[in-house]
Design a protein around this ligand. Structure first.
Ligand code: NAP
Length: 316
């Protein structure tokens, strides 16, 4: 049986729940469909220090990613948002202004004039065969999830951005040593993260190198590194490898329906969250190839709710 909702939000990260909060406070009853990973990628982050207001009375700064997302969920639900712990299997988006979009969750059909896409991003993969074969056998994309398995182990982190450095620093709490492998001789990470990594005695660097193979039958035992300068190869022993080389937008549900930008992210109109389809709005990392912060995603979620509210008024 089909159910009709005021608004359907696909994805449960900061963009999705901020949109839900604003819509719910405007007397709509949005449905948030969580997807496989509640809270999105930020929910797997150990400590977030740059989300404003996350400081306690004693001056301790930061909040766990999961805790932040639970608070966002609770606040949106306080005003009437609903959460459905399922994954959308298909979107049938209409091109007709004021028409109903159909959101499929298996055999269950939901209908709404408004859909907010906040499906976020997934971890980019290196793209070598051994990475897939040894996934969860020493290859990981989430230090918060798997660092406890690395007690006194030798660990490699691949990447030079803020994610890689955040992962590496967290891993030093468990691992005996962390080697950061980066394809250039300079980090992309912010200065503060760069300085923290360089000052950490447990961290060393392999500059100008990519992981060209991962060694091991049942579990990772080492990697083959290839120099990006002269193509030379060498092997480095390690027990675990964490890949943190950026993200790709989760656009599978809409890539044949909504317009995408040159980087493959959902295209929005100017400073709005309007996609190429009437009544479909996009917010957060799925539409942001540049900033990809929890706070910018939350800001876009707010804009999506306001854009959606204005759109619904046109068709009342
Ligand atoms: P990112 O900034 O895009 O960095 C990705 C890194 O992976 C880059 O160093 C890049 O190398 C490298 N890379 C990309 N493709 C590669 C490949 N195929 N093989 C080897 N290396 C590859 O991604 P991110 O670190 O996930 O950060 C995303 C956004 O989130 C950023 O805006 C960041 O500031 C933010 N963030 C912030 C924090 C924080 O504030 N604590 C924490 C995490 C993330 P190049 O440098 O050569 O391009």
């Amino acid at each position: 049986m089909s159910q009709t909702k005021d608004a359907i939000i696909v994805g449960s990260g900061p963009a999705g729940y901020t949109a839900a909060l604003y819509l719910a406070r405007a007397n709509m009853k949005p449905l948030v469909i969580t997807g496989q990973a509640f809270g999105g990628l930020i929910a797997t982050t150990d400590q977030i220090e740059n989300f404003p207001s996350t400081i306690d009375a004693e001056g301790n700064v930061g909040i766990g990613g999961w805790e932040l997302m639970e608070k966002m969920q609770q606040q949106a639900e306080h005003f009437g948002a609903e959460t459905l712990w399922e994954t959308v299997t298909e979107l049938k988006l209409t091109n007709v202004p004021g028409g109903e979009h159909i959101v499929m969750v298996g055999d269950q059909e939901y209908r709404s004039k408004v859909v907010i896409l906040s499906t976020g991003c997934s971890h980019r993969h290196i793209g070598i065969e051994a990475e897939t074969r040894l996934n969860n056998k020493g290859v990981s994309y989430c230090a918060t999830c798997d660092a406890a398995l690395c007690r006194d182990k030798r660990v490699i982190v691949v990447g030079g951005g803020d994610s890689a450095i955040t992962e590496a620093l967290f891993l030093t709490k468990f691992a005996s040593h962390v080697i950061i492998v980066h394809r250039r001789d300079q980090l992309r990470a912010s200065k503060i993260m760069d300085a923290r990594a360089r000052a950490n005695p447990k961290i060393s660097f392999e500059w100008n190198a990519v992981v060209s193979d991962i060694k091991g039958d049942d579990h990772v035992v080492g990697v083959e590194l290839t120099s990006t300068v002269d193509g030379s190869k060498k092997e480095v022993e390690c027990d675990n490898i964490f890949v943190a080389i950026g993200h790709v937008p989760n656009v599978d549900l809409v890539k044949d329906q909504a317009a995408l930008d040159a980087h493959g992210f959902v295209l929005v109109e100017g400073v709005t969250t309007k996609t190429s389809l009437p009544g479909v709005f996009a917010a957060g990392d799925v539409t942001d190839s540049q900033y990809r912060q929890a706070i910018t995603a939350a800001g876009m979620g707010c804009k999506a709710a306001l854009d959606a509210g204005a759109y619904l008024q046109e068709f009342e």
